[in-house]
Design a protein around this ligand. Structure first.
Ligand code: PLP
Length: 450
């Protein structure tokens, strides 16, 4: 074990790190990050790393954008805090909501701000219930999400998340949440089943689930266009087209969780455009501000706004909102980020870089450890397996994904291991040379353990 630095010791003694094996923190040794520039971060000892996951899939403009910094400083000088409760407002929130309405892929009536992706999705569920109460359907309350989904960590959103570690011993999922199949053909396609047959089977399974539960009890279906934290799962192209009519036939709201995919990541402004479906409502966060400050939002269609109006008329107010929902700093940075995305044609840039990204992932598939590679736009993943031919996974106890990730960190690049899948989601401003460098380092890390 290498000697811990003073900073690492202070870190360990003061912090609980999320998604970290608490009992092994000394052995792992925290990476204490001091500063960032472009797609690079520097640790407290001066070592540089390419940030291949944009932090947590969020710092889409990298770590030192001067226009963003200026916009933040200007807002802090002018109005560092205010809120939207009780009919208060300020221009950055108005302007950002207007911008979101303009770029949204569906007709949006109004925007409701929160601070995190979890809060946005939690709000979505509360609003789905509120809406169904408003329209006299009080039994229509269950929410369908998918195995391997990631929708957050509040009690409700962790329940929607379809990953065991988010449930075990937290006494989740709560009632009212049902999970349907994960649309990953590589892992869940049956022997001899074509992709089209796989999609048809998942659609039939969803239909059966709805019938079993009773359509009159189901309020909404929530999905990420490309699943992120579940292991970067890109559904088959035909998947959403197959399931959307089933939801529509049973009067089930479709919520698109665009917390990762929003703002260009998949090669369109929103992931639902890339994956070919039309949700009723959308959650956004992360790249909305390029993560220069926390902010999230729920994009609401007219019929949901009408429900808020009618419930307010009945109850006397709309009883929901977060102290930091629509924080002026986040809103000013959101306005600036969207302006930059447009000005620098980030969507075009992602599309231009996507073939190189896909090709480098394809090349990794030739490596003996890599069973499957996948990507859409500038988000992708590689899944490590014990046996390529049979797709046999490694024993999870071996922590192979984590080991390769540690080798990669030694080589000066950061990705995220989700089990034995390594996620790639570099800042959208990454240059061709930097992208190649990231993949070269990853190839090296895959060889390190041999
Ligand atoms: N939804 C998706 C798709 C996410 O990837 C995440 C976080 O990674 C969340 C929701 C939760 O967001 P937050 O961590 O800001 O609460």
């Amino acid at each position: 074990m290498t000697q811990l630095t003073n900073m690492q010791v202070r870190d360990i003694e003061a912090l609980v790190h999320p998604y970290t094996p608490q009992h092994r923190i000394r052995e792992i040794g925290p990476l204490v990050v001091e500063k960032g520039h472009g797609v690079w971060i520097t640790d407290s000892q001066g070592k540089e790393y390419i940030e291949g996951l944009s932090g947590l899939w969020c710092a889409g403009l990298g770590f030192s954008d001067e226009e963003m910094i200026e916009a933040g400083i200007e807002q802090l000088r002018k109005l560092p805090y205010y809120h939207l409760f009780g009919a208060k407002g300020y221009e950055p929130a108005i302007e950002l909501a207007e911008s979101l309405k303009e770029i949204a892929p569906i007709p949006i009536s109004k925007v409701l701000f929160a601070s995190s992706g979890s809060e946005a999705n939690d709000t979505q569920i509360k609003l789905a219930w509120y809406y169904n109460n408003a329209r006299g359907k009080p039994d229509k309350k269950k929410i369908i999400s998918r195995v391997k989904a990631y929708h957050g960590v509040t009690v409700m959103t962790a329940s929607l998340t379809g990953l065991p570690n988010n449930h075990i011993d937290f006494d989740l999922p709560v009632a009212r949440v049902v999970h349907t199949d994960c649309p990953q053909y590589y892992r869940f396609g049956l022997e001899g089943e074509t992709e089209a047959e796989f999609v048809a089977r998942l659609a039939a399974s969803l239909q059966a689930l709805i019938e079993r539960e009773g359509p009159e009890t189901i309020a909404a279906f929530i999905a990420e266009p490309v699943m992120g934290a579940g292991g970067v799962i890109v559904p088959p192209d035909a998947y959403f087209a197959a399931i959307q009519p089933i939801l529509a036939a049973h009067d089930i709201l479709c919520i698109s969780d665009e917390v990762i995919c929003g703002f260009g990541r998949t090669g369109n402004w929103f992931g639902c455009e890339t994956m070919g479906y039309t949700p009723h409502t959308i959650s956004v966060a992360k790249q909305m501000t390029a993560s220069y400050a926390p902010l999230s939002a729920v994009l609401l269609p007219q019929f949901m706004v009408d429900a808020l109006d009618s419930q307010s008329a009945k109850i006397g107010t709309f009883g929901h909102g977060y102290t930091y929902g629509g924080h002026p700093l986040g809103c000013a940075l959101g306005v600036k980020a969207i302006e930059i995305y447009k000005k620098r044609d980030v969507v075009g840039r992602v599309r231009a870089m996507a073939p190189l990204f896909a090709e480098r992932i394809r090349r990794l598939e030739e490596h003996p450890l890599v069973g499957n590679g996948r990507s859409k736009g500038l988000i992708g993943g590689i899944e490590l397996v014990a046996d390529k031919a049979t797709k046999k996974p490694f024993d999870p106890k071996l922590g192979v994904g984590g080991q390769v990730n540690a080798f990669l960190q030694n080589r000066g690049a950061i990705l995220r291991a989700m089990g034995d899948t390594l996620g790639l989601c570099p800042p959208m401003i990454i240059s061709e040379a930097e992208l190649n460098e990231l993949f070269d380092r990853l190839e090296g890390a895959l060889n390190d353990g041999e």
